[in-house]
Design a protein around this ligand. Structure first.
Ligand code: NAD
Length: 122
């Protein structure tokens, strides 16, 4: 990872908690991809790469999980052997109904190294 300690994916990075989490991770030396429907309302994003999209879309989620390099290549086509998993994933995207539980569990089954942090409404 060169200059970065780890690579993290923050879902809901345009929201209150997610945007602060991105900043915290950057301060801790992480490379961070933020994902949200929208950019943060009251500040810039500190993410190395910020991707706008809907996390209820399974195909989008599949692509979001693929780390393609420190330059932020989400939209680029990268040879399969260069695609890696994220070390950590933080889920703060709200109001997604049951979608998050369903397809995140499916996807994360294939990413043994990651730790999934999720705040859920009880
Ligand atoms: N803020 C708190 O004090 C607090 C306390 C306990 C739990 N929580 C929970 O933590 C989570 C995050 O809280 P918050 O205050 O940051 O909320 P927030 O509304 O500020 O942020 C949530 C973000 O999720 C994004 N989002 C929603 N649906 C999405 C989708 N389909 N695809 C992509 N992005 C989507 C929204 O655009 C928004 O930016 C929520 O589930 C909330 O219920 C918050």
């Amino acid at each position: 990872m060169g200059q970065y300690a780890k690579k993290a994916l923050v879902l809901g990075a345009g929201g209150f908690i997610g945007s602060h989490m991105v900043k915290r991770l950057r301060d801790d030396g992480y490379w961070v991809r933020g994902v949200d429907l929208k950019y943060p309302d009251f500040s810039q994003t500190w993410a190395n790469e910020f991707v706008q999209g809907d996390l209820r879309d399974v195909d989008f989620v599949r692509r979001v999980l693929q780390f393609k390099g420190e330059r932020g290549n989400f939209y680029n086509s990268v040879p399969y052997q260069y695609i890696e998993s994220f070390d950590e994933i933080y889920q703060f995207a709200a109001d997604m109904g049951g979608a998050v539980r369903f397809h995140w569990r499916e996807r994360c089954r294939h990413h043994a190294q990651l730790r999934l942090y999720q705040l859920e409404r009880s």
